[in-house]
Design a binder for this molecule. Structure first.
Ligand SMILES: Nc1nc2c(ncn2[C@@H]2O[C@H](COP(=O)(O)OP(=O)(O)OP(=O)(O)O)[C@@H](O)[C@H]2O)c(=O)[nH]1
Length: 477
């Protein structure tokens, strides 16, 4: 394995993640001496928390410290933010890149970025904290394995985010109901409370109780005291006031310790198209492999529409035209159109293909479909194992806090990757035990706060669903 990695390096191909395995899977169009490298899976981490908790600053500073931001950009942000009297936002500007976000000092859309820890490639989604942008935040959470919940430790601020209706609670509930299974909780702005151990313990105790109640076990939680603006305990712990009582992980270590979920490489292909980027010489699709794997030349079906398409590589010549923030998304298959590379191994000349598989994001183009018919959220899937269009869905739902009980006929919004469909509840099938899932009561008349249930939803229009039940279907009510 090391040899292959070294050879690729020698060719100037920089892998975005360490090679995990060499697999024997061979599509028909590849010749016999083809080996395929599967890159180690990425972890997707989405950053959330109460408005102004310091999410963008924390992340921007962390990216800077791990060298994921170009030095020229660091200097430019420092200079430009100072010029308009907003130097406290200089780290946040790494992520809040639009002029409206900068002038208002709030994150308004999901920002993507990437960095490496010791053992992982992390894709980060910085979600807006403001209530008006909650739908954006939901689309971020539906893509992520783990979340970084940022808490403002300052006196009064933590309490505001945490009281009934506060966004810390709301975001934790959303993350939980959308299936995010692990949380790193950054107890931020510790400088404002004098790095007080007592305050840290107070915040952690309060949050732990609440998160346990939502169903997060202690093993799925990792609390880290830090200061995003000062860079305290992000990558190293040098602050004596914190060091005197804290000996746990830094934020980077806590992120590195996240478990990489089983990405279901062996399942049939489901590739979700996230966006399309048009240049005068062609269009590229940006997508995310949910399950299975895909190679150049594969014939796939795009749904909805059932158009047959052939996956093509993308031309490296256009690389410089790809927006900067998208670049880190690509796994090695698309970096400089090097999907086919020759390397010398102990066995002679071998063709290496880099295969994007479940968990990878990639850029590609395809033959056979009109990109005008393409829409965000379309799925490319295996011809032999199609995804089923459906209007009726069964969903296991967790009900958190409600003012009015849920009854038959209640309207819902269904999110499935980039798809969003309205509908209503047509049956309340049973309530169930929150931890064991066993049936408690058949055909209940209503669902109240703090319960779990199996329900039937009828959507206003057909949506595509996975044929196999690889994800617990989650609905947000
Ligand atoms: N004292 C102190 N201030 C901080 C720290 N981190 C962030 N701030 C300040 O808090 C303010 C808000 O920071 P942002 O990073 O924009 O917060 P945010 O959570 O991303 O905001 P939204 O995305 O709009 O919800 C800015 O003025 C930051 O300089 C910290 O560790 N200590």
């Amino acid at each position: 394995m090391e040899l292959e990695e070294q050879c690729l390096k020698g060719l100037g191909v920089q892998l975005k993640a360490p090679v995990k395995s060499i697999i024997s899977y061979k599509p028909r169009h590849l010749c016999q001496n083809t080996q395929q490298l599967v890159l180690s899976h990425m972890n997707e981490l989405y950053v959330t928390g109460h408005v102004d908790a310091g999410k963008s600053t924390l992340l921007g500073h962390l990216l800077q410290l791990v060298g994921a931001v170009e030095k020229s950009l660091v200097h430019k942000n420092a200079r430009d933010s100072e010029k308009i009297g907003k130097s406290s936002f200089r780290y946040a500007w790494v992520l809040d890149a639009t002029s409206e976000e900068r002038s208002r000092g709030v994150t308004m859309d999901i920002a993507f970025c990437h960095f490496r820890t010791n053992s992982k490639l992390i894709t980060v989604l910085d979600a807006p904290g403001h209530r008006d942008f909650v739908p954006k935040m939901i689309s971020g959470a539906t893509q992520a394995d783990a979340a970084l919940l940022v808490i403002d430790a300052n006196y009064g601020e933590f309490e505001t985010g945490f009281t009934a209706g506060g966004q810390t609670r709301e975001h934790a509930i959303l993350a939980r109901s959308l299936g995010v299974s692990q949380l790193v909780v950054a107890v931020n702005k510790m400088d404002l409370v004098g790095y007080s151990e007592a305050r840290y313990n107070e915040v952690v105790t309060c949050l732990r109780l609440y998160l346990n109640k939502l169903g997060y076990k202690d093993t799925a939680l990792n609390f880290v005291p830090c200061g995003g603006f000062g860079g305290v305990n992000l990558v190293t712990l040098a602050e004596p006031a914190l060091k005197s009582w804290y000996a746990g992980p830094t934020l980077l270590d806590a992120i590195d310790a996240l478990k990489t979920p089983d990405k279901l490489v062996e399942k049939p292909l489901r590739l979700c198209a996230i966006d399309v980027y048009k240049t005068h010489s062609g269009a590229f699709i940006f997508g995310n492999v949910v399950t299975g794997r895909v190679a150049v030349g594969d014939e796939v079906l795009m749904l909805p529409g059932a158009a047959l398409a052939k996956i093509k590589g993308t031309a490296g010549l256009f690389w410089h035209r790809v927006p900067h923030f998208y670049r880190g998304l690509f796994s090695a298959i698309t970096v400089r159109n090097e999907e086919k590379m020759f390397i010398i191994t102990g066995y002679g000349r071998v063709t290496i293909w880099l295969i994007p598989s479940a968990g990878d994001s990639l850029q590609f183009s395809c033959q056979g479909i009109e990109l005008d018919h393409f829409r965000k959220g379309s799925f490319f899937c295996d011809k032999q194992a199609l995804m089923a269009p459906a209007r009726k869905l069964l969903a296991r739902v967790y009900v958190f806090k409600l003012e009015i009980p849920i009854i038959k006929g209640t309207s819902v919004i269904f999110y499935f990757y980039k798809n969003e469909e309205t509908g209503y509840i047509t049956r309340l099938i049973e309530t169930s035990n929150k931890s064991s899932g066993s049936s408690v009561r058949k055909n209940p008349r209503s669902l109240s706060s703090d319960s779990s249930a199996l329900i039937e939803i009828t959507l206003s229009w057909f949506t595509i669903t996975p044929l196999f039940h690889h994800l617990e279907l989650s609905a947000f009510i």
